[in-house]
Design a protein around this ligand. Structure first.
Ligand code: PMP
Length: 393
């Protein structure tokens, strides 16, 4: 057996997809024109498959801040946060995030993926337990694998199943960390956080919420699902990323536990990678300021999302349970999903094609996501493109 033989099934799927004339992932954006438009395969398309929920990646103030920081501090830090990679801007951003969330301390990591690796591999260890919503993101699973805690999954968004497991763990008298997401990135559904927070307090567990997709999107001030559900006090650790509503790249954890700071010494994913470039830190700080001062961006996003959700539902697509910036259509059959995805692309609309294992139930998904910069006419064009493909629904 040769080293690549195990990838044979993958090679066959790719071959089959290319024979049907379709594109098998690896989409190249020839040009990105704005937060809502790009050129793909020579065709101008509406971007309806990103995580750029507030459209800030093209915000002029953010671009300006990034350019200025590059001129002043160079293109990269070329070092770990622990060595030469902490600039004044990194600490200023940590303070601004702490202020925004009303928490004692924040650590900024190089990506959201790394933030989860760092937290889950370090805050719990041998003899302790992580209770994980089964649909959590791969970065959370990978963080668990890097650490030594026992990992037990509970059924997605099912507080009853969570309680059953908490009860069983009671007699072990060990630390239990419950881990959920705010808004789940694939189906766009939200965690029943008030019930989960209640269970956490009742059983004396700890709670970590990954607000990657809900930061800037949910809550009166954009602090995410914990704010929207009125349970911020019960959340021990909020993890988030800069690569969605903030329009850059990076991650963070914010907490009221003063000991969070010790992770700077104990967490390998913090120590053994280079820190974010000055431009990233500067544009993220500007974007955070915009989230705080422009709540109308959030309202615009939700208006568009509610409108598109109703349109796709009327066209007969099988959608997630509630309207939101992520609107996913389910398909049992992967080939039909691919045909619909390519049809949308030909119709001038790019959405994300999602296949197992990234899908929650083994089927395929077309994941459409909106941002605050999509105009009503663009949203109607997206609706029209789906409607023309409703025979695939
Ligand atoms: N957490 C969740 C819930 C995510 O969806 C993602 C990325 N899609 C991440 C963490 C990782 O963030 P990043 O891509 O910024 O590394």
């Amino acid at each position: 057996m040769k080293i690549f033989d195990k990838f044979q099934p993958l090679a066959e799927t790719r071959q089959r997809m290319s024979e049907t004339g379709g594109t098998f992932f690896n989409i190249v954006m020839d040009e990105v024109l704005s937060a809502t438009e790009a050129v793909i395969n020579g065709r101008r398309v509406i971007l309806a498959g990103s995580n750029n929920y507030l459209g800030l990646s093209f915000n002029q103030e953010c671009i300006q801040a990034a350019c200025q920081a590059t001129r002043e501090a160079g293109t990269g830090t070329t070092g770990s946060r622990m060595a030469n990679g902490t600039l004044a801007g990194h600490l200023a951003l940590e303070k601004e995030l702490s202020d925004f969330f009303g928490r004692r301390g924040t650590i900024v990591f190089s990506t959201g993926y790394i933030a989860n690796l760092a937290m889950l591999s370090t805050i719990v260890g041998q003899g302790e337990v992580i209770l994980l919503d089964a649909d959590c993101h791969a970065s959370i699973y990978d963080g668990c694998r890097l650490g030594a805690a026992e990992v037990i999954r509970f059924r997605h968004n099912d507080p009853e199943d969570l309680e059953k497991r908490l009860k069983r763990l009671e007699k072990r008298r060990t630390n239990v960390l419950i881990v959920v997401e705010g808004l789940y990135s694939m189906m766009g559904d939200q965690a029943p956080l008030a019930e989960i927070a209640g269970l956490k307090s009742q059983y004396g567990a700890y709670l970590l919420v990954d607000e990657a997709h809900s930061l800037g999107v949910l809550g009166a001030n954009g602090r995410g699902l914990a704010e929207a559900s009125g349970v911020e006090e019960s959340v021990d650790f909020v993890v988030g990323t800069f690569s969605k509503s903030l329009g850059t790249i990076g991650g963070f954890c914010t907490s009221n536990h003063p000991e969070l700071d010790l992770l700077r010494y104990a967490s390998r994913p913090y120590v053994f990678t280079a820190s974010s470039a000055p431009s990233i830190i500067a544009s993220t700080r500007t974007a955070l300021g915009i989230i705080r001062s422009h709540p109308e961006l959030r309202r615009r996003l939700w208006d568009g999302a509610n409108h598109l959700y109703q349109r796709l539902k009327t066209s007969g697509f099988r959608l997630g349970p509630e309207p939101g910036p992520v609107i996913a259509a389910r398909f049992d059959d992967v080939d039909r999903a691919f045909a619909a995805w390519n049809g949308l692309l030909e119709g001038g609309v790019y959405v994300n094609m999602v296949l197992p294992p990234a899908t929650p139930d083994g089927g395929a998904l077309l994941r459409c996501s909106l941002n605050a910069e999509h105009t009503r006419s663009q949203i109607d064009r997206i609706g029209d493109a789906y409607s023309a493909l409703k025979h695939y629904a």
